[in-house]
Design a protein around this ligand. Sequence first.
Ligand code: NAD
Ligand code: LMR
Length: 326
Amino acid sequence: MKAPKRVAVTGAAGQIAYSLLFRIANGDMLGKDQPVILQLLDITPALPAVRGVVMELEDCAFPLLAGVVVTDDPNVAFRDADYALLVGARPRSKGMERKDLLEANGAIFTVQGKALNDHASRDVKVLVVGNPANTNAYIAMKSAPDLPKKNFTAMLRLDHNRALSQLAAKTGRTVDSIEKLVVWGNHSPTMYPDIRFATSNGDALPKLVNDDAWVKDTFIPTVGKRGAAIIEARGLSSAASAANAALDHMRDWALGTHGKWVTMGIPSTGAYDIPADIVYGMPVTCKDGEYTLVEGLDIDAFSRERMQATLAELQGERDGVKHLVG
Ligand code: NAD
Ligand code: LMR
């Protein structure tokens, strides 16, 4: 039997966590042979609700669940954590953009970044889900100077999965036949889902779609505004699909993508003319617990314009949190 991995999850009383924790404990993230210890963080008034979730976890009798910690102290939640899923933050409501949450949520990530810096495993893999996810990941990374920057990522996998579904519906191909899709930039309506390199069973996807107007006027805005459409329809922000994307992101990072491209929000090292440290959606492959950027892709004029627009938004968000990261 493998030694248990410590998985910290913040916002443990929230709606995403309710779709996430049971699947982590069931082995959907790290594999059916990997025991886990869940280290659950929420704010003090939410702890009774977290304890209720823990009762349900116990009642599932998951063979892989080797322990549960419940706390309102980030220094306890992140102690020796191998994985940290930073979900806890306020969601937006109707009429708000995700960046409107910066003021409310930004400060959470300075505290949590510092706690990760001081207490987590040096190899901790951090996924920020709480919005605005890219800039919150940037804040956490900047607040953890003793950890490698590459340990901090933001979730664009939901956007990637949304794009896959739209493309499958348009082409009549299956979602799992589609490869080499990229979602560049910010988890916001400025994101750029790029199908130029995508294939389905080896066929060039742009040829299968064969409809530039649909790509520009329907596909790109539909993916970009999907979160708002769900809030409008449900009255609540996406939860089960967000949890599913978080599992996909962490599972692929930990266990590998076997050559397939996936989108992760990663701190730039300067590739594709994205300034260093900006956390930006990029194509990666994963192997042996490390992600590798897919480099050298051709960027045409339309793509460059889109990539600049989403970069400009991220630079604005970064400038808006200067006071938090020093
Ligand atoms: P929710 O309101 O149901 O739950 C949030 C939880 O976080 C609550 O239990 C709250 O008490 C807790 N929390 C607040 N401050 C905290 C802190 N300092 N430390 C620990 N926990 C804290 O919200 P939700 O629907 O689960 O969404 C959580 C976040 O995820 C939101 O910011 C939402 O916008 C974001 N989100 C991101 C994506 C993405 O694709 N990146 C997708 C969906 C939702
Ligand atoms: C989503 O994309 O569903 C989430 O980021 C929630 C939101 O505010 O859109």
